[in-house]
Design a protein around this ligand. Structure first.
Ligand SMILES: [Zn+2]
Length: 334
């Protein structure tokens, strides 16, 4: 299949340097796919300015998933949005990080442990400027009973975000997001497939770092998706020097896929689950080669193979444009 390539030349008005960016939409997730919509247009000029670190935060939300990504030009992406009784990540970010806009929301799958902070995120940061979710699910899977507020909000988004986003506003466009390579994909729904295996899988690559966020996908679903999207995913894997895998299905044995581990070869696995509920599969804890990390201000750097929200709280990565990194995991940071 032939692919369209968008080549952009960017002039940095401060330094006068000219950069070239190639943007290759994948066939399934091209902006023409109709998976996108935008509520207002992005201030394109300002989105190119002021490079900062790429940051990736896995929030501590007990059993569930909530990830906040800030791109080098300050765009805010979220993958899933879980809260606990006492803590809403979106409210925290609004209050403590002066963030008041949601540029892109990816919903891996609409189980409550992945979307129960939706009402708060819309209140705190506004509606997402672009949305990505598995559009093939039947209404009974998408909206479940419809009795919870998060299900009502999800239905409102799902049914109104139906227009294609323009390439110049596409959050996957490297010019729009400040140089982050993103690939997303999912298996089309079938009756034989579990809801977990319809999870959206998202790959984020920046400065040699790859973060893979596979929702709750299990081995069968991963194999099917890998077969369909191998070329796109392998491109980002081959570009990366360091790879971090968010453990699928909260690190439980049902989420372990040897194929996924062999395909991605993560250096570090990060787990989002409640303490004392279910054991993290030991292969997530033992198989990665590890990364040398100083996880807390008072600690010494040492080799870590996995980090879990169960005992250590939220995990934050800050990646500079040269690939240098800081990884923090401790209960109370700003
Ligand atoms: Zn889950």
């Amino acid at each position: 299949m032939r692919r369209k390539i968008l080549i952009c030349h960017i002039i940095n008005t401060n330094t006068g340097m000219i950069g070239r960016v190639e943007f290759m939409p994948s066939p399934k997730d091209s902006p023409e796919s109709g998976c996108w919509s935008l509520t207002e247009s992005i201030d394109f000029a300002s989105s190119e300015m002021s490079q900062q670190d790429f940051s990736f935060t896995l929030w501590d939300v007990d059993h569930g998933l909530c990830i906040w990504i800030q791109t080098p030009n300050g765009q805010n992406h979220w993958i899933d949005c879980k809260k606990t009784d006492g803590f809403s990540p979106s409210e925290h970010v609004k209050k403590n990080h002066e963030v008041s806009r949601l540029d892109y929301l990816i919903v891996s799958h609409p189980d409550t442990d992945h979307i129960n902070d939706l009402p708060n995120i819309v209140k705190a940061l506004g509606k997402p400027r672009a949305l990505y979710r598995n559009k093939t699910l039947p209404d009974s899977e998408k909206f479940k009973s419809g009795s919870l507020e998060c299900q009502t909000v999800y239905k409102e988004l799902d049914t109104t975000y139906t227009s294609p986003v323009k390439p110049e506003n596409d959050p996957h466009n490297l010019v729009v997001n400040g140089g982050v390579d993103i690939q997303v994909g999912y298996n089309a729904y079938s009756q034989e497939m579990s809801g977990n295996n319809t999870s959206v899988v998202a790959f984020y690559h920046y400065a040699g770092w790859l973060f893979v966020c596979p929702g709750d996908i299990e081995d069968g679903g991963w194999k099917k998706l890998w077969q369909a999207r191998k070329a796109d995913f392998e491109l980002l894997i081959s570009k990366s020097k360091w790879r971090v895998l968010v453990a699928p299905h909260h690190g439980r044995t049902s989420g372990y896929s040897q194929d996924m581990m062999d395909n991605i070869k993560p250096h570090l696995v990060i787990v989002s689950d409640a303490a004392g509920q279910s054991e993290t599969d030991r292969r997530f804890r033992e198989n990665p080669p590890g990364l040398k990390i100083k996880v807390a201000p008072e600690s010494e750097a040492r080799l870590w193979k996995y980090l879990s929200t169960k005992g250590g709280g939220r995990v934050r990565f800050d990646i500079s444009g040269t690939g240098s990194y800081k990884i923090h995991q401790y209960e109370y940071w700003g």
